[in-house]
Design a protein around this ligand. Structure first.
Ligand code: SF4
Length: 207
């Protein structure tokens, strides 16, 4: 059943052309994934994508980004939330990963501006490792459906890891993000059009 839920979310998100599935065209290296994920906090994926496309057209490697002026970076990423803080942060980050983005959680988490969620998203999306990045979509949807009953993303990650077999971990973030962007939205989820409503606690309580 758990595998079915993830698969149905993925199919629906793709069918509805969720923004998360349009990222592949410009996220080509682990460095791109890292920068995208750092810029995406508190920002819609469409806005983050626009900023990354502009930024990578000028600097698509750690070397180039680390040599840019912070003011110039600010101009390129102006559409994302807290762009001034993030401009400085990604420049610092670029200096730290000149020799490559690490593919281990313990190393990623030491980088400036990289927290638990970012490290896990990068591990799963850039390296295909078994990790679950819990952002607001994953936290909200997991609780709505009734997969978990948790207060924090850290608890959600822990509980999801107990529930799901490891080979599915890397798929969870993208499937839930795409589904959250299009169907199980924060406000007014489209429950009557939802392909997993028969599994959903929220839906059953409403019915
Ligand atoms: S039934 Fe509604 S609340 Fe439940 S997963 Fe579907 S859209 Fe979300």
């Amino acid at each position: 059943m758990l595998e079915d839920i993830i698969e149905l979310m993925e199919i629906e998100g793709r069918r509805r052309n969720a923004p998360v599935y349009r990222l592949k065209s410009f996220l080509k290296t682990p460095f791109h994934h890292l920068i995208f994920t750092v810029l995406s906090s508190r920002t819609r994926d469409e806005k983050t994508a626009e900023a990354c496309i502009k930024l990578f057209s000028k600097a698509d490697t750690p070397e180039k980004l680390s040599e840019m002026d912070v003011k110039e970076i600010e101009e390129l990423i102006r559409g994302v939330g807290f762009y001034k803080v993030k401009a400085k942060r990604i420049k610092d980050l670029a200096k730290k990963v000149i020799n490559g983005v690490p593919d281990k959680y313990e190393e990623l988490i030491k980088l400036p501006g990289v927290g638990r969620k970012t490290a896990n998203v990068v591990l799963a999306s850039a390296f295909g490792k078994n990790a679950i990045g819990v952002d607001t979509h994953v936290h909200r949807i997991s609780n709505r459906i009734g997969l978990v009953s948790t207060k924090t993303p850290e608890e959600t990650e822990r509980e999801l890891k107990k529930l799901f077999p490891e080979h599915l971990w890397a798929k969870i973030n993208r499937a839930m993000v795409g589904f959250g962007q299009t169907v199980c939205k924060p406000q007014k989820p489209l429950c009557d059009e939802c392909p997993i409503r028969e599994y959903c606690k929220w839906y059953k309580l409403k019915a």
